[in-house]
Design a protein around this ligand. Structure first.
Ligand code: SF4
Length: 474
């Protein structure tokens, strides 16, 4: 990143900080009149990137004097941070949007805001403008950092605020974040994607890849570790191409190595990786770094080269297997999870069989399986030979059955072993939960001892299911 861009970025953030102060003054006036702070209900749909964006939204709102509530009825501000990955999720969100209309009617000063990937699509932006007139503000993911300015406009009397600018450009450093977890944190290292897989909407709604400068990421991780965070998950649509846009001669493996050298007792995870950018250097670095989890989420999407080509994934199955084999040879005990799509246009039974074969060869610890769902504006939605839904469902079920048996077999191997578990927030049930460094979900009995979130505990495994292993603290 050039000095010019860094300066521009800090100027952008400074402008927003001034709007934060202006909205804060409005919030103080609200509190003086009503005896309580203005309240926001923020609902998040979709992936961890979106969860992380909501934390940034809440951070800015907290700085602007807002409190947070769960119920829409008592809120002065309702925010839907949306997901566009599937048509089904969009329909669900529009349904939820309709459900808050009665609250809005009962409380005319309430403001309703829509943001996230859905609003990055021109046809949705148009739909909102025309048919959801009670949505007061909508902005695309690239405009997120301008929330203070846009909220100021809205609270100052502007009837509608729509901001769909700033696709790829803007990652603003130094804006506040309100984190949900006290021991596990997400750190976004880049935004956008350059790959244009033919089924995916992300490059259209989140724009091109833009990496944060390494020092900014390292500083954020240092601060988190100092504040007691025990698990840091680095986020990006394709973390393996981190820093390519900045041309610093520095890459994702370098970032992992530098994070690993930060002092403290913590573990690092990352997602999502693209196989075409997963280098040998990446696995060499994971092998030498003790704080990097021994688990890689490496989406293969299909086991058929013909389908991979139609998906524009830019690797073959053999190349994918070479990466897996190399990682296994370098990192003892490494495990993989993956995303896979069934029923992509033109997928034959033979193509699908190849997917099953690849799943058997790799032995993933878990699979995120999706039935192909056409997204308007993507090339795959226009492709001939769309697979009938019932055929896709049948393939999905067969794949799920295979993966369940693999997950169970892998988990059964742990019976009798003692594993280190980083604990989750207790859910009030009779068992505690957490994950191992290679991402295995563990449920355990602590013999009545209360174990808070973020502790490392030793658990002896006694039984296994396909989704978790179970045991007792030792
Ligand atoms: S690499 Fe991932 S985010 Fe990027 S276009 Fe492909 S599927 Fe979408």
């Amino acid at each position: 990143m050039s000095v010019e861009n860094i300066t521009r970025e800090s100027t952008l953030a400074q402008t927003q900080r001034e709007y934060i102060l202006a909205v804060r003054t409005m919030s103080e006036e609200f509190e003086r009149l009503h005896g309580y702070k203005p309240r926001c209900m923020a609902r998040t749909y979709g992936c961890q990137q979106n969860e992380n964006d909501t934390e940034r939204i809440k951070g800015m709102l907290a700085a602007m004097g807002y409190d947070f509530v769960e119920d829409p009825e008592s809120a002065e501000l309702i925010i839907f941070n949306t997901c566009a990955i599937r048509e089904h999720s969009e329909r669900k969100i529009l349904g939820h949007l309709g459900a808050v209309l009665p609250y809005r009617r009962a409380k005319p000063d309430m403001k309703i805001v829509l943001c996230g990937c859905m609003t990055g699509q021109p046809h949705i932006a148009e739909l909102i403008r025309k048919s959801y007139k009670y949505v007061d503000m909508a902005f695309s993911p690239g405009a997120l950092y301008r929330l203070p300015q846009n909220l100021y406009k809205l609270l100052s009397g502007q009837k509608y605020v729509f901001d769909f600018e700033g696709g790829a450009e803007n990652i603003s450093e130094g804006m506040p974040v309100l984190r949900e977890g006290k021991t596990k944190a997400w750190v976004s290292i880049m935004s956008g994607c350059n790959n244009f897989c033919t089924y995916c909407i992300v490059p259209y709604v989140r724009g091109r890849e833009r990496s944060r400068i390494p020092e900014a990421v390292l500083e954020e991780v240092r601060e988190l570790v100092k504040s007691g965070y025990r698990e840091i998950t680095l986020l990006g649509q394709n973390v393996n191409s981190y820093c390519k846009d900045l041309q610093l001669g520095y890459d994702f493996a370098d970032l992992l190595r530098d994070i690993n050298s930060i002092e403290g007792d913590f573990r690092v995870k990352f997602m999502t990786s693209h196989p075409k950018d997963a280098t040998r250097k990446l696995f060499d670095v994971i092998a030498e770094c003790d704080k990097i989890g021994r688990h890689v989420h490496l989406p293969f999407q299909s086991g058929s080269d013909a389908i991979l080509q139609k998906m524009n994934r830019k690797y073959t199955c053999e190349q994918y297997m070479q990466i897996i084999d190399y990682a296994k040879s370098k990192i003892p005990g490494v495990s993989f999870s993956s995303d896979v799509i069934v029923g992509f246009p033109g997928e034959t039974e033979e193509d699908f069989e190849k997917t099953l074969q690849l799943v058997r060869r790799v032995e993933f610890s878990s699979l995120f399986m999706f039935i192909y769902s056409p997204r308007r504006g993507t090339p795959a939605a226009e492709m001939p030979d769309q697979v009938p839904h019932e055929v896709s469902v049948d393939r999905f079920n067969r794949l799920a059955q295979l993966q369940n048996s693999i997950s169970l077999r892998r988990n059964e191997r742990l019976i009798g072993q003692t594993v280190t578990v980083l604990t989750d927030k207790p859910d009030g049930g009779s068992l505690y939960g957490g994950k191992t460094a290679d991402d295995i979900r563990v449920r355990f009995d602590s013999h009545g001892t209360h174990i808070p979130e973020g502790q490392s505990v030793q658990v002896k495994i006694e039984r296994a299911a396909n989704w978790a292993v179970f045991g007792q603290t030792v």
